[in-house]
Design a protein around this ligand. Structure first.
Ligand code: NI
Length: 255
């Protein structure tokens, strides 16, 4: 069964059919899902989903684009959630320089702060990094992220950057972009990353694979990513599913 390691089923795009869709997962070969918080309200909704569905887990954290909502008082919620057995990671956290706001200084401050919380509560991190490779690697080095562990999700950088992340003990999150016709860079990342360091993810509702590119994404489209990965790696689709699911459980420390 496939483990979707990064999804946002709390997104309003799923309001019309969330329950029905989630009910179809088992039959579609989706065994587990981690729902990822992108801000404080989304983190609460992730916890709610993880309590509602036994095969769901939650990550709690604040995405770099939403860090302006944080202060020393409200960030304490992360500690509370992290004590819950269905909370398996801190994330998504990181740096996103695609948009001008919040400023890099604000983003860096809260990235570091949330890494420190993850260290304290002994949970892995889910790192979101876009157009910010150098600063992300710098902070990971400075904060000794190799002791914390986690994944660089929806990986968008070169194979060289992927290697640096893997050398720090991190996993590489791969989703729909792998199937895109202009996805050559991701093919190279998959070719050059050991299979035991790759996680499958949708990042749904975003980044649907071909042939659904541009549509609303969901976990039942992951087999398209599996097929492409199996071709690149020269192994069977069953092997891709088995290994990536083992990787997900190891990273999220789920037995
Ligand atoms: Ni995400």
């Amino acid at each position: 069964m496939i483990f979707d390691t990064h999804a946002h089923y709390d997104d309003e795009q799923f309001d019309i059919d969330r329950e029905e869709l989630i009910a179809s997962f088992k039959e579609a070969g989706i065994g587990n899902v981690t729902n990822i918080g992108a801000n404080l309200a989304g983190s609460q909704r992730s916890m709610d989903l993880a309590h509602k569905y036994d095969f769901f887990y939650a990550a709690v954290g604040v995405h770099p684009s939403d860090t302006e909502e944080l202060n020393e008082e409200n960030i304490k919620a992360l500690y509370e959630w992290s004590r819950d057995e269905k909370c398996v990671a801190i994330g998504e956290i990181g740096l996103d320089y695609h948009w001008p706001d919040p400023t890099p200084e604000v983003q860096k401050k809260w990235f570091v702060r949330q890494l420190q919380i993850a260290r304290k509560v002994k949970l892995p991190v889910i790192i979101h990094s876009r157009e910010a490779a150098a600063d992300t690697l710098q902070i990971m080095h400075d904060e000794h992220a190799e002791d914390i562990g986690g994944v660089v999700h929806c990986f968008s950088y070169s194979k060289e950057v992927a290697k640096q992340c893997v050398d720090m003990g991190f996993y590489i999150g791969i989703g729909g972009v792998l199937t895109f016709k202009n996805g050559r860079k991701m093919v190279e990342v998959v070719e050059n990353t050991p299979m035991d360091r790759i996680l499958l993810e949708t990042d749904c509702p975003y980044l649907a694979p071909e042939p659904y590119r541009g549509k609303r994404n969901n976990s039942t489209y992951l087999p398209y990513v599996v097929t492409k990965m199996a071709q690149i790696k020269g192994i069977s689709e069953e092997e891709v599913i088995r290994i990536t699911t083992e990787n997900a459980k190891r990273m999220y420390r789920i037995s």
